[in-house]
Design a protein around this ligand. Structure first.
Ligand code: ZN
Length: 259
């Protein structure tokens, strides 16, 4: 069965029969170490799962959406002390996103949702720039943050990188790739400055100064059930937004309420 929402499966015959999609769903990720027990493709695998499931759900609900394959690599300059982090600079990822969005926009697609799976990727400056250059609307979703308000109901330990949430998601989606017996405890060094620990001052952390296993967050309470529960919550919320977006009119006030 050909899935019309998947750009890698649909064909010119179907697309030319129209109408073309209203919303394109893009995915951004990273290839990098996640403690010692999770696959290096973790962010690519989970973000791809989330974006595909959202696209399928929105399409089934009547939204005209198209899913595009992920840009696999992310900004990883602060993880390079661990093998094998693949760092692609922000300007190159921005350039790739820009070309992809411009291609889609040339066929009249105006609404874009970027489902991002990697904390080191920050596309707000990119969105600001491209929206000023061409008539598109780009929405950013760090998918793992979507359920923040319910996080403590599901998980015991806070998540930062390769902790309980990410391990639970991995156990839910690709358990054969999880070697929990290799995992370090995810306990990370704190900053020496109170301002950084309190969060009103920020910097970029070099992960090799946090601990020796490239993790922030303890994975041992992770279960597949928790992973499923969190994914379900997040996917439902994002799908609802995409359906709403697909049907929204691009009037002059968009995306704000009309005055
Ligand atoms: Zn990750």
């Amino acid at each position: 069965m050909i899935r019309d929402w998947d750009i890698t499966e649909t064909n010119l015959g179907r697309l030319a029969a129209g109408p073309l999609p209203d919303v394109a769903i893009l995915t951004t990720a990273a290839v990098e170490p996640h403690n010692r027990h999770l696959p290096e493709g973790q962010d690519l695998l989970h973000a791809t799962y989330v974006s595909r499931t959202v696209a399928e759900g929105a399409y089934t609900a009547g939204a005209r959406v198209i899913w595009l394959p992920a840009i696999p690599f992310g900004v990883d300059s602060n993880l390079l002390d661990f093998p094998i982090a693949v760092h692609v600079s922000r300007k190159n990822i921005d350039a790739m996103l820009s070309d992809v969005i411009r291609s889609c926009a040339s066929y009249g697609i105006r609404k874009f949702v970027i489902i991002n799976g990697h904390g080191g990727n920050d596309f707000v400056p990119f969105v600001r720039a491209i929206q000023a250059e061409i008539p598109v609307h780009v929405f950013l979703c760090d998918w793992w943050k979507v359920g923040d308000d319910r996080y403590a109901e599901i998980f015991e330990q806070p998540e930062d990188h390769a902790g309980e949430m990410e391990t639970s998601v991995a156990l839910a989606l690709f358990p054969h790739l999880v070697e929990i017996e290799r995992a370090g405890d995810g306990v990370a060094a704190e900053y020496r400055f109170g301002a950084l620990n309190r969060g009103w001052l920020r910097t970029s952390r070099r992960f090799s100064r946090l601990n020796d296993h490239c993790a922030v967050g303890t994975p041992f309470a992770a279960t597949a059930e928790k992973g499923h529960e969190y994914l379900e919550l997040v996917i439902e919320r994002i799908t609802e937004f995409v359906v709403e977006l697909a049907h929204a009119e691009l009037d002059p006030a968009f995306p704000m309420e009309a005055p």
